[in-house]
Ligand binder design. Structure first.
Ligand SMILES: [Zn+2]
Length: 650
């Protein structure tokens, strides 16, 4: 009980220790019975809490404007004296068609032609006044474009401080800002019937960090398509004033609510150890609440989506349970799931700390688990993006690729290894197969390495960053076994949680774990496998060339090799397993048995699931392919096409 209480509210631990006996008993009682607003426990201090915000937000839902008084408390984490501060102003991506975000789309987003968008439908964020102590520094504000050649972009702002911040010193900035939501273009925006989703909506400080070259600098990139997140951990103490016909949901936990006589209410939310804060209002939400263990789950569901209630709740509790079992316990006290009304579907399918958005219809058929898969994908971002807060812009695979890998694992654990996406009339489609097919089905499978900044990736971004990474991790899992994969990921999580891990952090942990289990040669082989997948563009492809009565010939047709098993099946149904290094072309094998060979299967357990063509992995001397097999193959092909053409960037 004591341990439990400690883990729940360790901020009070010092009180307990100081007062010993008497105080300690009081502490235990307080700890176990005091809840944290609507949540059952408070966050223990888990991050460095570099950037902490207090905001008082008044929403004008008619004009779609939030006027906010904000205070930022920021700790200089560096040995530098800092005189200039950079902030993200991401809502300005939707200010006009000249922003880097919009101009990068060619003027068409989700089928909307933006050239004809009326002026009043665009949005913006503006810092009206900013002071440091007694000094007004508003006049020093300047939009900058540190990385892109577009002088019209206003997604990053810089200011000069009146008093520089010394190393490890604390900066306080008080500022008033106005944010206007656009009519939704993508994610951030308002829709019909007073629906508002406030994401990327406030001036948010960038990350001041030590770069690979050893220098400390601002990492505060402009907002471009595909990638959003790189933020500093901190505490958000938020107070909202809104009309009482609106239901509000947000990151964090509700602490207090006061209703007023003028048909408005004031509500306070607090989110701790998060890198961002999102909120939403709508008169159409029904609130569905549930606890999983001590985690408070809030589902905001449009009334006409009621049919999905049980399925969403089952999916999120499955994800919570799976992560606790295989990676680490979910550390936050709450998770909010927003299912936008159908008219605002473009606001869906995204992740924010302790708040995710999904998307769907009144009721999806029971045999199609796309809604669950989406929800589990977005939830998995709480771990990759939220807690292991890598730079999504520079190394998106550490975020989206790991998320897709866990999405596939969780879906297959709860909805069937081969039925997790689709299970109807004998037609099955599993998540791992979908990820693999997205990778091998890319228009150009050698389009580029995974491990490169998002702005350099051309072509099929999702196939590369999401699907190829997930398929690479699945291949590693099948080679080393799921227990070792879990051990590896648990170590990565424990060592890097609430920090900004980079590729070398992950790969360093992988190498150290592998070398504790295997000899140097095997460790090198697995590290080389990861390096080839991440930093090179070649493929793995094995094929059976020919099968004779007592021998067979195989080839490695791709660029790289991994050792594989070859299963030989004889006429009397007996089998022999042969190990092959995977190297060479036209390699002839003769089984030990001199029985007549019927079939040969390379990698029968599909460990090397990243093999770009599995159809040539087996060969049977007595072909039994019926027309049904042919049509099943076609059905898979078309299903894959549908997934690819309808898939959003999640
Ligand atoms: Zn995602």
């Amino acid at each position: 009980l004591q341990l439990l209480c400690h883990s729940l509210r360790n901020e009070f631990l010092c009180v307990g220790i100081m007062h010993r006996k008497f105080g300690y008993i009081l502490f235990l009682i307080a700890t176990c019975f005091v809840s944290y607003g609507q949540c059952k426990f408070d966050m223990p201090v888990s991050s460095a809490r570099i950037a902490n915000y207090t905001m008082d937000v008044t929403l004008d839902h008619v004009k779609h404007i939030a006027k906010t008084k904000a205070r930022l408390q920021w700790i200089n984490p560096s040995p530098d004296t800092i005189s200039k501060i950079r902030m993200y102003m991401y809502l300005n991506a939707f200010k006009n068609e000249k922003s880097a975000w919009i101009s990068g789309t060619g003027g068409n987003v989700f089928g909307q032609d933006l050239a004809s968008k009326p002026k009043e439908e665009w949005g913006y964020v503006n810092i009206d006044k900013i002071v440091q102590g007694q000094s007004d520094i508003t006049k020093s504000l300047k939009y900058i474009q540190p990385h892109i050649d577009n002088k019209n972009d206003q997604s990053v702002i810089e200011m000069t401080l009146a008093n520089p911040v010394m190393p490890e010193d604390t900066l306080y900035l008080d500022y008033d800002f106005t944010a206007k939501l656009p009519k939704t273009i993508a994610r951030s925006g308002h829709g019909l019937n007073d629906f508002h989703l406030w994401v990327h909506w406030y001036p948010k400080i960038g990350v001041y960090e030590q770069f690979r070259d050893g220098d400390w600098k601002w990492n505060c990139r402009e907002f471009i398509q595909r990638t959003e997140f790189y933020g500093e951990f901190g505490v958000y103490d938020m107070t909202f004033h809104v009309s009482d016909h609106l239901t509000l949901g947000s990151s964090g936990c509700k602490i207090d609510r006061v209703d007023h006589e003028d048909d408005t209410y004031t509500v306070q939310y607090v989110a701790k150890d998060v890198i961002d804060f999102a909120w939403t209002v709508s008169p159409e939400f029904e609130i569905v609440e549930q606890y999983w263990k001590d985690v408070y789950i809030k589902l905001l569901l449009p009334v006409d989506h009621k049919g999905m209630k049980k399925r969403y709740m089952a999916a999120v509790t499955n994800a919570l349970e799976y992560f606790e079992k295989h990676v680490a316990k979910y550390p936050y006290p709450s998770i909010t799931i927003v299912d936008p009304p159908f008219h605002s579907l473009r606001n869906g399918f995204m992740e924010y700390p302790t708040l995710i958005t999904v998307g769907g219809f009144t009721e999806m058929p029971n045999w199609f688990h796309g809604s669950e898969s989406l929800l589990i994908h977005e939830f998995s971002h709480q771990y990759f993006m939220g807690i292991l807060a890598s730079n999504e812009k520079e190394e998106a695979w550490l975020d989206e690729g790991f998320v897709t890998y866990y999405e596939d694992r969780i879906m297959e654990a709860y909805y069937g290894a081969h039925t997790s996406q689709i299970d109807v009339l004998g037609f099955h489609y599993g998540n791992s197969a979908l990820s693999r097919n997205e990778y091998v089905g890319m228009r150009n499978i050698r389009g580029g390495p995974i491990n490169q900044p998002s702005w350099q990736i051309n072509g099929d971004y999702k196939g590369l960053v999401y699907a190829k990474t997930a398929t690479m991790l699945k291949t590693l899992e099948r080679y080393i076994g799921i227990d070792r994969m879990d051990d590896l990921m648990q170590t990565y999580y424990e060592e890097k949680k609430f920090t900004h891990p980079r590729a070398e952090d992950f790969l360093g942990i992988v190498e150290s774990k592998l070398s504790s289990w295997y000899d140097r040669e095997t460790t090198t082989m697995y590290m080389q496998f990861l390096d080839r997948c991440l930093n090179q563009t070649g493929t793995f492809d094995y094929a059976v060339n020919e099968v004779n009565a007592n021998s067979f010939v195989v080839s490695q047709l791709g660029d790289y090799d991994m050792p594989v098993d070859i299963q030989v099946v004889f006429k009397d149904n007996s089998e022999e397993m042969i190990q092959w290094s995977g190297q060479g072309k036209n390699i002839a094998f003769k089984p030990l048995s001199d029985k007549e060979i019927v079939s040969v299967y390379i990698d029968p357990e599909q460990k090397l699931i990243i093999d770009s063509n599995c159809n040539n992995n087996s060969f049977t001397r007595q072909p039994n392919k019926s027309a049904l097999f042919k049509y099943a193959g076609k059905l898979i092909h078309w299903t894959q096409q549908i997934f690819q053409t309808t898939s959003f960037l999640l």
